[in-house]
Design a protein around this ligand. Structure first.
Ligand code: PLP
Length: 281
């Protein structure tokens, strides 16, 4: 089945959707994006993702060239044409064509929207929990969702060999986030998360707001040694929701089982996103 793509104002079949080889997003990685999912076939947390896209763009001195209303309409059209059961929607903004590979015109960016089939982790993973491996790394422009995922991707063989889901970034002392998700621990009933120098996660933000009346929440610095001493750990992201982490670098977190606070947050998230009994799933 032909897949349709929105590119610079037009919806085109994939075969006709061409980006220039001189695009500075390709030549220099000068690009940002955002990724949202559908629930019941409809974009979920669209406003939050658009707000983050605008924020990422402004950190690169770029501007999304079309209105939020036009983006919403284009997403609706693509979802109809591409016929996914549930989808992820990727909004990509680059600095545009750069004839010399250096200069670019911020008033002529490249902006495209892709849709993919949604792939969610297997339900068993939420029962037994997942693993992470640590990696010394600090994301450049951490509050922007740039397209630079080099460190996560070049670590894929290592994460696969450890049967891990992702890399957990730290600077030798402080933890920030994983390659593609927000990271949290639970210590003595308190939910703790790094706050500075991380990407604001749409799912994490919502879950913490929903859970704020149930648990104390501390946003601030989180040290690696505190992570290993924590009772529970979990990650949040658009495609994974709330996912428990029970082992990091082959060391158990808490008793190595999914803990009660994480379970409650998973339930809060599922109810909010998918309705009672997961009816919208
Ligand atoms: C580096 C990074 N941090 C955090 C997140 C979590 O963000 P969200 O909950 O909006 O998916 C993501 C995923 O997009 C990410 O790539």
């Amino acid at each position: 089945m032909t897949r349709y793509i929105y590119l610079n104002g037009t919806i085109l079949p994939e075969e006709q959707a061409h980006v220039s080889p001189f695009d500075i997003g390709l030549l220099r990685g000068y690009a940002v994006f955002d990724l949202l999912r559908t629930v019941g076939g409809r974009p979920f947390l669209l406003d939050e993702h658009l707000e983050r896209l605008h924020n990422s763009a402004s950190q690169l001195g770029l501007r999304v060239p079309v209105s939020d209303a036009e983006i919403a309409t284009a997403i609706g059209e693509l979802l109809k044409l591409n016929g996914h059961a549930e989808a992820t929607v990727r909004l990509v903004l680059t600095g545009g064509v750069s004839p010399d590979g250096m200069a670019y015109d911020p008033s002529a960016p490249t902006f495209f929207i892709l849709t993919h089939d949604l792939h969610e982790p297997a339900p068993e993973l939420y029962e037994r929990g997942g693993r992470l491996v640590t990696e010394l790394h600090h994301r450049e422009l951490p509050k922007a969702k740039t397209t630079n995922y080099l460190t996560m991707l070049r670590n894929k063989p290592r994460t696969a060999a450890a049967d891990a889901l992702d890399v957990l970034y730290h600077d030798g002392s402080l933890v920030s986030e994983t390659g593609s998700a927000s990271f949290y621990v639970v210590s003595e009933g308190r939910i703790r998360a790094p706050h500075e120098d991380v990407l604001w996660g749409t799912v994490g933000d919502l879950v913490l707001r929903l859970a704020a009346h149930r648990f104390p929440i501390e946003l601030g610095e989180l040290r690696l040694d505190e992570v290993f001493a924590a009772d529970e750990a979990f990650i949040t992201s658009t495609t994974r929701g709330v996912l428990p982490i029970v082992e990091i670098d082959s060391r158990k977190i808490g008793d190595g089982e999914v803990g009660p606070v994480t379970r409650e947050l998973m339930a809060i998230w599922t109810r909010h996103a998918f309705g009672e009994d997961g009816a919208k799933r």
